[in-house]
Design a protein around this ligand. Structure first.
Ligand code: BGC
Ligand code: BGC
Length: 822
């Protein structure tokens, strides 16, 4: 047992007993095979079948070669396939993963590069196919809050905010705008809506779900599908629309302990009632595709679950479109690898997402069909479904009225919808009367999120994890500060941006924008719900302002509710703004009054996730036993209907050191649970870092080998390694190494070391940053599943090194494998 564990258990009893009780694995009846498909809802769908399309598809099928059929069942990622490879490997689909650039090579590109990419792949796919027929490609992308991969697109609030807005008709309009912006850039298919019903807020994908409440998810599911695809019915989808993908089927929001891609341990009844809530509506609205989930249900991977994919989804629910897999998700089925997996197709997956594994998967699948491991009837069913979708989408016809069209991405109409949505998503948690900001007020705008498109748009924006997104990458949007400034000036006041919160002339009020840094899958998973455990930077800023007599309005940007009692106490008003997207002006629409000091728009947002009273209430969900939130599902104040919040307890109720898994050294501090240690022969002193006074450790090696070690944590970094994440070290060489410098991690059975000498050569005396792919550690023999020390640096002295910062980051384009094979 780790030292922190005892404390956790003790505080659990005090604070979080009910929430924690639900964490224990329970023996469940039923699953992983459903007991009876007839328990599941039947949909009122008329289906996607129409005689003319079926005849057309049947004729094509009869002419296709086996290789062509298998090709339809495999999707490659544009980061790992070139258009010309489609001649030899006739794949049915391509996707652009979150980090995958268009052919221009720059992941952050505009419409023209994306259109050129779509056309280049399509042109090869449409060449006459020797011995077979010509089948168009379907091109998919994670357009999950607008067409978020493309510079210039309107970025809508993430789903958690839309849940708070709770306006199904608005969801449809967002879907329509997203379809147009997606089609205008080339793709035919948006990987959404996410119909997860997140039950453990530690899950880093919580924000991709509309709500913890299945009723809200149910009320949105059909609307988003209709928005993306148009009205359901047989025959063609209207031009300019795109295929939707209801995801992730099934149980993603129930992943155990909120760890991404884990096991969902719930009864079949709960799987139906909670996690399945949105699917019948999505199917009735004609969803053309459903994406299988990474998670398991009671121990069995969904990508291999025939009873759910085939018997329930296609059988009972009458789903006539195709089931696509998730990113190498098939490779996680026991006995499968990303390049070889008959089991997934036999279970009912129709198209495997095989981003970088498509070639191997194609070859092995052809073999499995030839030797009968995959029955021909199953192949024909899968291909029929895929062709049906392609025909319905109109991909066999050349017309693409929106593709390449100017003025679609970032249009004023779309921006207005995003602004309305973001304004409606704001939830007022506290207001001592400081809001609305009064006419003529002198407003200080501060905090790390005040002027940051990156923070307000979050993950799945221009890159997978959403990091590194500067304001210049958002030509069609504005920051929260920019919006506040316009509104305040229009009401006769003034607004100043102060990055650090300092001011020269006393403001009437401060708007402080802070919250979580962008994240997506896996990297967003946390171990407790405490905001900024150990390092309460935002709280420090709020308190400084309060002490200076400035009334404080907090605007909190986050992908989930977090324990923020100290920050709420230190605020006169507190607004949960979620991840509002590119229209920062939305915040001012609600917060800043008119020239008469009256509100211009009232708050409409209501919590779609319960807000915790302690940092240990991980599975705080309405209707669950022991439900004791700080603010219940549905809570939200308005100007018309205020409500005071008394002083809140500042006991987190949980060991804060459990919260940190990715920052190992920062600003001169080694945050818990990590510890900085050196061999006694290394001399060590505190020096100034590149940004912070006394923010670094300076180390001087003796003659002979000695080691620096940052230990603690008990981390599993294997998924981070697969996701191309890196260990970032900010350092300065004070004296060049005379011998070898090795980097390692410690903990697992296999130890290995990277020769990192090259990183420490060259100029001395200047601060630099190295980003080392975690996978380099694996390649050099480190077992990343049980890391007890994330930084072990051994040098055969003499050597002089100062270290300022060590943490995990996602920046594949700037990362390397030093010295070794890549
Ligand atoms: C995610 C999906 C996404 C896919 C393609 C996966 O890792 O789970 O939601 O659609 O990648 O980027
Ligand atoms: C994501 C992709 C992303 C990739 C990066 C996947 O899990 O879903 O969209 O580009 O990881 O390696």
């Amino acid at each position: 047992m780790r030292p922190g564990m005892k404390l956790l258990l003790a505080t659990t009893i005090l604070w979080a007993a009910p929430a924690f009780a639900q964490q224990a694995p329970t023996a469940l009846s039923g699953g992983p095979t459903v007991a009876d498909p007839a328990k599941w809802p039947r949909t009122a769908s008329e289906g996607l079948i129409d005689a003319a399309t079926e005849k057309f598809v049947g004729e094509l099928l009869a002419k296709m070669t086996l290789e062509q059929k298998v090709g339809q069942m495999i999707q490659g990622d544009i980061g790992s396939i070139k258009p010309e490879e489609l001649r030899k490997y006739p794949l049915g689909s391509i996707l652009a993963g979150g980090n995958s650039p268009p052919l221009s090579g720059n992941d952050r590109s505009g419409q023209a590069d994306w259109v050129a990419t779509a056309r280049a792949f399509r042109a090869v796919a449409m060449e006459p196919h020797p011995g077979g027929v010509t089948i168009p490609l379907i091109f998919g992308v994670d357009a999950v809050h607008g067409n978020n991969n493309v510079i210039g697109a309107v970025i809508f609030p993430h789903n958690i905010g839309l849940g708070a807005a709770n306006d199904p008709a608005l969801i449809r309009r967002i879907g329509e705008a997203t379809a147009a912006e997606t089609a205008a850039a080339g793709p035919d298919w948006a990987f959404g809506p996410t119909l997860a019903v997140p039950q453990d807020d530690r899950w880093g994908r919580s924000y991709e779900g509309y709500s913890e409440d299945p009723a809200i998810v149910r009320s949105f599911a059909g609307e988003m599908v209709r928005g993306l695809q148009g009205e359901p019915g047989t025959g063609r989808i209207q031009k300019g629309k795109v295929a939707a993908s209801a995801k992730h089927f099934l149980g993603d929001g129930g992943t155990f302990n909120g760890v991404d891609q884990g096991d969902t341990r719930v009864s079949e009844d709960e799987l139906i009632a909670i996690h399945g809530a949105g699917y019948p509506k999505a199917i009735e609205a004609g969803a053309l595709t459903v994406m299988a989930s990474y998670n398991s249900w009671n121990g069995a991977k969904m990508h291999g679950n025939k009873s759910l994919l085939t018997d329930v989804l296609k059988g009972r629910m009458g789903f006539d479109g195709f089931v696509v897999g998730d990113w190498n998700g098939h490779g996680q089925i026991p006995g499968c690898t990303p390049t070889d997996c008959a089991a997934t197709f036999n279970a009912g997956l129709d198209m495997a997402m095989a981003p970088d594994s498509w070639k191997g998967l194609f070859e092995s699948t052809v073999r499995h069909v030839k030797d009968g491991t995959i029955p021909m009837a199953r192949v024909d069913d899968a291909v029929r479904r895929i062709l049906r979708v392609k025909a319905r989408l109109g991909l066999f016809e050349p017309a693409r009225p929106l593709e390449g069209k100017a003025g679609v991405l970032g249009s004023p109409e779309h921006r207005a919808i995003a602004r309305e949505a973001a304004a409606k998503s704001l939830v007022l948690l506290k207001n001592n009367g400081v809001l609305p900001v009064k006419a003529g007020a002198k407003v200080l705008v501060t905090g790390p999120g005040a002027d940051s498109m990156g923070m307000q748009t979050g993950g799945w924006t221009l890159s997978w994890q959403g990091d590194g997104n500067g304001n210049e990458l958002f030509p069609n949007g504005e920051t929260i500060f920019a919006g506040v400034k316009k509104a305040v000036e229009a009401a006769g006041g003034s607004a100043t941006l102060s990055p650090d919160g300092n001011f020269t002339s006393q403001p009437d009020v401060a708007i402080v924008v802070f919250g979580e840094q962008p994240y997506a899958e896996m990297r967003g998973d946390v171990r407790t719900l405490e905001f900024q455990p150990g390092d309460k930077q935002a709280l420090g800023l709020l308190k400084r302002l309060k002490n200076a007599g400035v009334p404080v309005v907090s605007v909190f940007l986050s992908g989930r509710p977090l324990w923020t009692n100290p920050e709420i106490n230190a605020s006169d008003a507190f607004v949960a703004a979620w991840l509002p997207g590119s229209e920062g002006g939305s915040v001012a629409d609600v917060l800043v009054g008119d020239a008469q000091g009256k509100p211009r728009t009232d708050f409409k947002g209501r919590l779609s996730f319960s807000w915790p009273k302690t940092a240990g209430q991980f599975t705080l969900n309405k209707g669950k036993p022991g439900y004791d939130p700080l603010f219940a599902l549905g809570y939200g104040l308005t100007y018309a209907r205020g409500g005071a919040v008394p002083a809140l307890s500042e006991e987190a109720g949980i060991d804060p050191s459990l919260g940190n898994t990715s920052t190992y050294f920062a600003k001169g501090v080694t945050p818990a649970p990590f510890a900085f240690a050196t061999d006694s022969r290394i001399t060590r002193k505190t020096v100034d870092g590149p940004q912070t006074q006394e923010g670094a450790q300076q180390l001087v090696w003796p003659t002979g080998p000695a080691t620096l070690r940052i230990g603690g944590g008990d981390l599993d970094l294997s998924r981070e390694a697969n996701g191309d994440l890196s260990l970032q070290i900010s350092y300065r060489v004070d004296r060049a190494p005379t011998g070898k410098v090795q980097l390692s991690m410690e903990g697992g059975a296999n130890k290995g070391a990277i020769d990192a000498t090259s990183l420490f050569k060259g100029q001395t005396g200047t601060w630099r940053t190295a980003k080392i792919f975690l996978k380099c550690y694996q390649q050099n023999g480190v077992d990343l599943t049980k890391v007890g020390a994330p930084l072990v640096l051994q040098a055969s002295g003499p050597f002089g090194l100062s270290i300022a910062d060590v943490r995990i980051v996602s920046d594949p384009n700037a990362s390397i494998c030093p010295g070794a094979k890549p």
